[in-house]
Design a protein around this ligand. Structure first.
Ligand SMILES: [Mg+2]
Length: 331
C-alpha cells in the first residue's frame, strides 16, 4: 500500500485503510465513515465535520464570485450536519490563497462564509490563512447533535428509499460553466447555475426526519445519487433497488438534459438528503411532509442482497456509467 499512489488505490480505498489506524478516544460515539463524527463532551453530544473546496478540483475562480464561493464552502458542511439531523453552531475556517489574491476578494469570501453561517445559526470562531499556489477553503463545523442518532448504517431490508428536492441540477449547471451551450431560457440557465453555486442544505428536513424517528439511515447527496446510495448500502450491509423513473428531476433539468438521467444518477453536488424509511414509518412521513420545507420522493427500496440495482420503468437494468465522484479517479 505504502508504495502505491492515491490514484491507484482511489479515495475510498485509501480511507478504508486509514480508518483502521485512527486512534479512537473514549468519548467518540460515532467515528469516521459517516457524514459527521459524533463526540460526547460531558452530557452534551456534538456533530463534527470538515470539508474543502479547492480551486481546479471543485471550482474555477470565474465560476463563482468570492462571496458565492465562501457561501458554498459553508453550506457543503452544513449539508453533512443536515444528513445527521443536527444544528450548526460553530465553525473554523482555513483559507489558502496565492499572494496575488486581492484583500478585497478575501474579505468578500469571508463575508460569504459569515452570511451562510449566520443564516444557519452558526458563528465563525477562528481560522487560519496560508500561502498556496491555488485558492482553497476548508471549514470545520461543530453542530448540536439531535437526541436520536441516524447514520449511514441503519438501513434494513424493506425500507423505502427517499430523496429530497430534485437531483442533477448542480451537475447540469456545472456543464454550463464548463462550456456546454444548449439552447436554454434565461430562467432555466439561472436555476441550474444557482443550484451549483448556492446549494440549499436541508437542515429543517434532516432534523425532522431524525427527531421524529422516521429515517433509519441518511446521507447527503454530494458524490452522486447512486454512489451515495452505495455508501448507505455498504455501511448498512444491505442492497437496494433504485427506480430511475421515480428520480425527481426539475423542469430546468429536463429542459437541459431531456430524458437523459445520467447526471441525476451520477452528477453529484446536489446536497439533497437521501434517506431510508421503514415501511411502518411511511404514514408518519406523509403527516410531516409539509414541515420538511422541501419535496421528498420515494425512489426505491432496500433489499437483502448486497447489490445495488438501477432499473427503468419496466424493471430493466439501467447501465450506470460510473459510480459517482472519487477524487482520485476510482469509483
Ligand atoms: Mg456527506
Amino acid at each position: 500500500m505504502r508504495g502505491r499512489t492515491i490514484a491507484a488505490v482511489g479515495e475510498f480505498g485509501f480511507l478504508e485503510q486509514l480508518f483502521r489506524h485512527l486512534p479512537a478516544a473514549g468519548n467518540t460515539v460515532v467515528g469516521p465513515g459517516h457524514d459527521c463524527a459524533v463526540v460526547q463532551c460531558g452530557d452534551q453530544r456534538f456533530l463534527l465535520t470538515i470539508d474543502a473546496l479547492v480551486e481546479g478540483t471543485h471550482f474555477k475562480r470565474h465560476w463563482l464570485s468570492p462571496r458565492q464561493l465562501g457561501h458554498k464552502s459553508f453550506l457543503i458542511n452544513a449539508s453533512d450536519v443536515a444528513a445527521m439531523g443536527g444544528q450548526p453552531r460553530w465553525c473554523v475556517v482555513a483559507v489558502s490563497a496565492p499572494p496575488a489574491y486581492s484583500v478585497g476578494n478575501l474579505l468578500h469570501l469571508h463575508t460569504g462564509i459569515a452570511q451562510a453561517a449566520r443564516a444557519s445559526g452558526a458563528g465563525v470562531v477562528g481560522g487560519n490563512l496560508a500561502r498556496a499556489a491555488e485558492l482553497s477553503i476548508t471549514i470545520a463545523l461543530l453542530a448540536a447533535a439531535p437526541r436520536r442518532l441516524v447514520t449511514r448504517g441503519g438501513a434494513r431490508r424493506g425500507d423505502r428509499i427517499y430523496v429530497t428536492g430534485t437531483v442533477g441540477d448542480a451537475a447540469a449547471g456545472l456543464r454550463l460553466l464548463r462550456g456546454a451551450r444548449p439552447r436554454l431560457s434565461v430562467r432555466t440557465r439561472t436555476h441550474l447555475l444557482r443550484r451549483f453555486r448556492a446549494p440549499t442544505p436541508r437542515l429543517q428536513a434532516g432534523a425532522l426526519l431524525v427527531e421524529s424517528g422516521i429515517a433509519s439511515a441518511m446521507i447527503d447527496v454530494s458524490d452522486g445519487l447512486v454512489q451515495d446510495l452505495g455508501h448507505i448500502c455498504a455501511a448498512s450491509g444491505v442492497g437496494a433497488i433504485l427506480r430511475t423513473a421515480d428520480v425527481p428531476l426539475s423542469p430546468a433539468y429536463r429542459a437541459a438534459r431531456g430524458t437523459d438521467g445520467a447526471l441525476a444518477l451520477n452528477g453529484g453536488e446536489d446536497y439533497e438528503l437521501l434517506c431510508t424509511v421503514p415501511s411502518r414509518n411511511v404514514a408518519l412521513l406523509d403527516t410531516h411532509r409539509a414541515r420538511l420545507r422541501c419535496p421528498i420522493t420515494c425512489i426505491g427500496e432496500i433489499t437483502a442482497s448486497t447489490d445495488l440495482r438501477v432499473v427503468d420503468a419496466r424493471g430493466r437494468a439501467v447501465a450506470v456509467e460510473h459510480g459517482g465522484y472519487d477524487h482520485f479517479g476510482r469509483a
